[in-house]
Design a protein around this ligand. Structure first.
Ligand code: SAM
Length: 278
């Protein structure tokens, strides 16, 4: 019989957030693929679980992934965990899931904490449509290009960032987006949890003066929708004609409606003239 892969979300700071189903899955697995076996050992010890662990991370994926798949194809049940939060989300797992899907090994998930979703929910910024952007590249050029591509994006944007890079990232975000609202979500579920609802300029000023500590998720307001003219061109011409009929000179009417709607005065005037008997 073929085995399976189970993705198990683990706490991002508070061990109380490991769900009973997650504990059961860890207990019942044949072995656990862990991003860092030392980190996962602490979690297992806390719950009195003794289990074989295999390290699985970005740089050993090619060789280790093939081995894990082989074991699952031979009938073993594997649980994959990362150091904290949801595997596959800026963490190892994505390629293993793809391998299993391709080979016909069943994959299931025990959902739970993920810093991105928890931070978005608590941010106070719009949650209906959002884009997860993960970590920005270390390479300055790629970083700038990435941010430039997001300038017009109306979605609320989610970024992960390491504390020592936070001031540079805030500077780049401010340069790319101007002074938008941002919520910095720090040390979620931990003793020093802090939700800072502010603007990019104020956040930048704060963290240029103060050393950032702990883990951060950045939730940035999306681009404001481009302003559409209140009236389309035909409707604007109708308004020019109505003003003219009420006694305003055609040129003055076109000027007023151009100001109100953003349509060019010359176009309004020309069209109104074509249909007006003035
Ligand atoms: N897969 C994980 C998840 O779903 O939460 C994220 C892993 S990623 C390598 C680590 C990043 O998540 C950190 O740099 C930070 O941006 C964010 N993070 C993790 N735990 C956090 C916490 N307790 N509070 C705030 N941000 C956290």
């Amino acid at each position: 019989m073929i085995g399976s892969l189970t993705l198990v979300a683990t706490p991002i700071g508070n061990l109380g957030d490991l769900s009973p189903r997650a504990v059961e899955a860890l207990r019942e697995a044949d072995f656990i693929a862990a991003e860092d076996t030392r980190v996962t050992l602490k979690l297992l010890n806390h719950f009195g679980i003794h289990k074989e662990m295999v390290s699985y991370y970005e740089h050993n994926e090619r060789q280790r992934g093939a081995l894990l798949l082989e074991r699952m194809l031979a009938g073993e049940h594997c649980v994959i965990v990362s150091d904290a939060g949801m595997p596959c989300i800026s963490d190892p797992g994505e390629q293993l899931v793809a391998r299993c899907a391709e080979a016909g090994v069943p994959v299931t998930v025990i959902p739970g904490p993920s810093a991105a979703i928890a931070a978005l929910a608590v941010s106070g910024l719009p949650t209906a449509r959002f884009a997860f952007e993960g970590f920005l590249s270390m390479n300055k050029k790629n970083r700038r290009e990435h941010l430039r591509s997001l300038r017009e994006d109306p979605h609320t944007l989610i970024f992960y960032e390491a504390p020592h890079k936070l001031p540079y990232t805030l500077a780049d975000l401010y340069e790319a987006f101007g002074d938008r609202r941002i919520t910095l979500v720090r040390e979620l579920t931990k003793l020093h949890e802090e939700i800072i609802r502010t603007t990019l300029a104020a956040a930048l000023a704060r963290y240029q003066a103060e050393k950032p500590r702990g883990e951060f998720v950045l939730i940035v307001e999306g681009a404001a929708p481009a302003e559409e003219p209140a009236l389309d061109l035909d409707e604007a011409v109708t308004r020019v004609l109505a003003l003219a009929a009420a006694g305003t000179g055609l040129s003055a009417a076109a000027k007023q409606v151009a100001r109100e709607t953003g349509h060019p005065k010359s176009e309004l005037y020309r069209r109104a003239l074509g249909t007006s008997d003035e």
